[in-house]
Design a protein around this ligand. Sequence first.
Ligand code: UGB
Length: 598
Amino acid sequence: HNNLSLFSPEQVELAKMLLDLNQAHLFQHWPEPGVDDDAKRAFFEQVSRLNASYPGGLASYITTARELLADSKAGKNPYDGFSPSVPSGEILTFGDENFIQFENAGVCEARKAAFVLVAGGLGERLGYNGIKVALPLESTTGICFLQHYIESILALQEASCRLGQGEGPTEIPLAIMTSDDTHSRTTKLLEENAYFGMKPSQVKLLKQEKVACLDDNDARLAVDPNNKFKIQTKPHGHGDVHSLLYSSGLLKEWLAAGRKWVLFFQDTNGLLFKAIPSALGVSAVKEYHVNSLAVPRKAKEAIGGITRLTHKDGRSMVINVEYNQLDPLLRASGYPDGDVNNETGYSPFPGNINQLIFEIGPYLEELSKTGGSIKEFVNPKYKDSTKTVFKSSTRLECMMQDYPKTLPPSARVGFTVMEAWFAYAPVKNNPEDAAKVPKGNPYHSATSGEMAIYRANSLILRKVGVKVDDPVQDVFNGQEVDVWPRIAWKPKWGLTFSDIKSKVNGNCSITGRSTIALKGQSIFLQDLALDGALIIDAADGAEVKVGGSVHNAGWTIEKVDFKDTKVPEEVRIRGFKMIKGEQLEKTYKEPGKYSLSP
Ligand code: UGB
């Protein structure tokens, strides 16, 4: 009953499409022509965006939704016909001969890499109000995750170009997937900090769009409860990254520029870059089209399990089975106890940390066929057992690690297991939920994320011969953690094991109450005995030898309660703050050779 002349021919086409898709209810409450005409036109603008941002458009979205909702209603198991078994992958031990070889291979290869950070999620589980990449990685240097990631990529770029021979790209690009929830704050963080030293042209932001919500099993689109001229939308999941890389043309551009690898990573894992060089080395040496990083996983931990699935018809694939599906799948297929720890104290299924390395050539070839759409799922909450009415609207979702599900058996899909202490310490859970995590399982909180960095750095320095005191136990925000000396360094100080080894000489020791921050590429520790706090900042070209006995009152850790709203949110979610009592702090701004020996 609306006057069609109010609308452009494209808008009229969109209206027809919606009617053909059985979506007439979207117009039923529209007032007569002349009333709310602008809002009606805005409605079509939204429909146009929803149609353009989904591979195959809204028609394809609704068709898939109907199929998946019918399967869900029928209780169809997505793993029907598949039986799970424990796969075998490359297992790396930090610092051994094998690891060092893979690290070297990875650093050589890195100049041909491109990084993709998925940062469109708001982190509801963490309950933090800002964007997660702006959170401090640790409170000794106070740098945020994004700065650490960018500096790690730049350090890798520098090391790779130094080692690499012949022609090849000299800049490693970084793409960041944002969403309406994170886009403007991510842009602001980058712009206010001069891109943390990266060239602005090296960084590309790709914004994912939300998808339409669904009200019933017939995939009728939900009207936004706050605006009757709008379709309600919700996030589609990190799987959007594939279609965005494809539709933006970025992947093609990277391949044309001679790049070979794309590395995906998540917003808050402060240890990740310790594992990147060796994992990339595994991809290069083993010629993996797809390489997923994994860590030993405690049964029922909220990370997916890497599983071999073998179908009755003989098909077989190694794939992530999401944490909520692994236990039921095991129980239904000959493991009556489900997902349980074995004699090693861990689940036999390694945990997916969603750090993926793809070879660009085969990846782009596959996306050219699919447009980047990957297997989706739907998770409606039904009102009752008839499964006809939803408690609230639902939507299709997708996960980036599901990409290999549609690959042919000839694809070389592998995985690499790393020890969690140097590869995985995400910040995902709020203090209250973290405190409820079963004893022995990782907290994945801001508290454990920071403590994991000190632990990893302490263990790495021990491996290169530094005497580092044992940790002490303490409790912050209800979580019992090991507190190691607060050891922090910039990525350019120590990117790889060999790199770190070359910077530590003689008899060095660090006491348990100490803090050390090394911010510079060429800082060499020589017979250093540290008992207190030592902060060294050295510009590129300044070579500083640090030795002798450094003793001062140092920095202490003071507890903070997460409910104490007087304290900034990023501090109270970790449950402590640093009290900077006394330190030896030196800054070297000019190139040259220096010696610090108090
Ligand atoms: N993200 C987006 O960019 N867009 C979105 O729409 C959603 C998320 P979560 P999740 O390593 O611990 C994953 O919410 O999905 C980004 C794996 O599925 O932190 O619960 C978001 O910003 C799981 O198998 O994690 O679980 C963040 O950077 C397991 O590996 C990233 O996607 C688990 O991560 C992950 O989002 C893990």
